[in-house]
Design a protein around this ligand. Sequence first.
Ligand code: EPU
Length: 371
Amino acid sequence: MEKSKSAPSPNSPRKTENAWGRGLKCGYGYTVHENASLLDRTTFRLPARAATLIDVHEFDAVPGLLAEAAQQNRDVLILGGGSNVLFTRDWPGVVLALRTRGLDIIEQHVADRVDDAALVRAAAGEIWDDFVHWTLAHGLCGLENLALIPGSVGAAPIQNIGAYGVEVGEFVDAVHAYDRSAGANVRLDHAACAFAYRDSLFKREGGRYLITAVDFLLPRERALRLDYDGVREELAAMGAGTPDARAVAHAISRVRTRKLPDPSTTGNAGSFFKNPVVSPGLAAALKREYPRLPLWPLPDGAIKLSAAWLIDACGFKGLRDGDAGVSGQHALVLVNYGGASGAQVWALAQRIQRTVLARFGVALEPEPLVV
Ligand code: EPU
């Protein structure tokens, strides 16, 4: 077993005394902030406040904190990297911000399942992009197409993050979580996670599971996935003759930097809408009327459309309404130019939904959690 930073052992909670319940500002594994700003806690950088914000550094503190919140009859919201949430108002309850850290290779060779792969455990609070680069530095591949996605490791399985032809679910061996319904730690294997396009058991079950750590099965070698539009061209522009996984991560980072607004300078949560899936009949009718509309047939016969194209065609790209807007770089990304409120961003999102529905008969579903 190789250790760098220690990941939590997810199935062995320690009993912890809950000092928060006695009015204290910190206890074993957590720190409490009352009436706290959430502006720096989400990539949208919108001005919302939490009545109580608790930073959790040790996962063992969670059951006690949840029990205390239940006793106080207060709603709990779980926050990871804050890259997939839109606060349209203040949160009157408790926000638990998971900041647990730790990365371990827990099995160097899992040869019975995949030729020369390693099993890696990452704590929920690790930063996704840092984790991707850590795996690459350890000679493991698979996650290279997912470089530079904002957010935390614990959030990645919830919406099954995906980019440039890869979805994270492919590499998730198991998810360790605290099941709030059962009041127990659980291990959910790959099948139980029920991954689908921007979807999983964790998303469907709302706030039931609090993800502690994720196990990834990562090969040391595999065929690189370079077919997504623009990836090969970027590698060629970099002069990467025979690219390896690290070169692919570099190329993807360059493409993302160019195509998507940088959340560290312009508040945003990546794609604001999912690409809609429609019936073949509707897709064919739209294609007849709009020959340039991109279509992706799915294995079950349904057709995925490009939400960005639909929004762009309605003239929203680059539109600005006060400090809320649609990115001029990518029509699928809503942005906060600095002083927008969550309600303004949400009003713009709803306007886009209404316009796309009226013009194309297609309902757009938001990708982030809208509070
Ligand atoms: N397009 C437009 N206008 C635009 C941008 C794109 O018409 O402003 C059209 C073009 O025809 C383009 C097509 O949309 O070919 C697809 O665009 P892109 O390759 O950027 O992919 P996407 O479907 O819009 C998805 C993910 C992104 C991910 C990219 C690359 C979703 C909801 N979004 O976007 O994920 O980075 O593919 O794999 O599936 C995210 O989830 O936050 C995210 C950024």
